[in-house]
Design a binder for this molecule. Sequence first.
Ligand SMILES: Cc1ncc(COP(=O)(O)O)c(C=O)c1O
Length: 383
Amino acid sequence: MQPREFLMIPGPTPVPDAVLESVARHPIGHRTPEFSKVVQDVIQDLKWLGKTENDVFVLTASGTGGMEAAVSNTISPGDRVLSLICGVFGERWAKVAEAFGAEVERMTVEPGKAIDPKAVEAKLASAQPKFKAVTITHNETSTGVINDLQALAAAAKKHSALSVVDAVTSFGAVDLPIDAWDVDVVVTGSQKALMLPPGLGIIFFGKRAWEAKANCQSKSFYFDLKKYKKSLDANTTPYTPNVSLFCGLATALKMMREEGTESIFARHMRLKQSLRAGLQAMGLELVVDEEAASPTITSIKPPADLTVDAIRKKLKERYKILVADGQEELKGKIFRIGHMGYVFERDVLMTLASLEATLIELGHKVEPGKAVRSASDLLAARK
Ligand SMILES: Cc1ncc(COP(=O)(O)O)c(C=O)c1O
């Protein structure tokens, strides 16, 4: 007999039993009053979680589908777009915008660093002609950096550029008050902090985004948000949605309401802090400094005498815990531990203990017990 494999990767993430049960039920008809009630509940709860009155649409697509919907509904060929890039997903925004004919300027910082809002502000102020939009990655999953979205969105707004935000690995784990921060477009996906299997893309679309849509020359059939808005006014969707995931999302959001946003956000901060404390106590080097460290994902350099492959393989085979490799240029250079959604303090302690045992089994010198002690001391002090 084997224990269940445990996902400490940045998505897909662990799914609660109640959500799995909702997803597993026989599908209901999508043109029924029962499903319309599910749609109503989901939309209301997503607005609650995003602290917004903006429109929100649930697309049957992955997060990248949501990114494509964001671009294809706001940006016309030839529009100038400033893409803020601190990793793989920032670059993805630039590529999506280019695919729709935008003239993209990249503002890039080295992996592991956050975007400097002052530099963005200066860039926007001096730009001629002005940028139509700024693409922002709130939480850069490839490195584990969280950007100062409030300041970045404010800079975009000051210079009349749309803020188009990837919140795929932050939304639902980190406070993102869309209306208070006046963010125009926010995209997320189901398989991260929302505790669902992959398959839904979610897009919040504000007033200025609709104004951009009115003049937008780009074309999309499936992702034309006007159709989604018309359908949503009747509590339905334009095409057959993933009914099962919609039902799961209703359950997940109900669970999140029960926990409350403040508790959810504080829990993710504790996961980050205790994990970082434990990893450092183990003598491991973290990729991101404390001020830019993500509450949902932590990147770690392997010790000089071990490879990322060996660590990941042993953790998986021996302890059934999955952690992620680095992506693209960071492949084999770092490993990443995801801690978002249905993840708790116990899971951090378990991961630290298993990682410590893994390093010891691979022949690396570690002081046994120190990592878990550091993490649990920190958790105890914060109660
Ligand atoms: C920050 C970020 N943006 C976008 C995506 C793309 O989402 P998907 O793989 O669901 O298309 C991911 C996926 O990991 C991500 O972490």
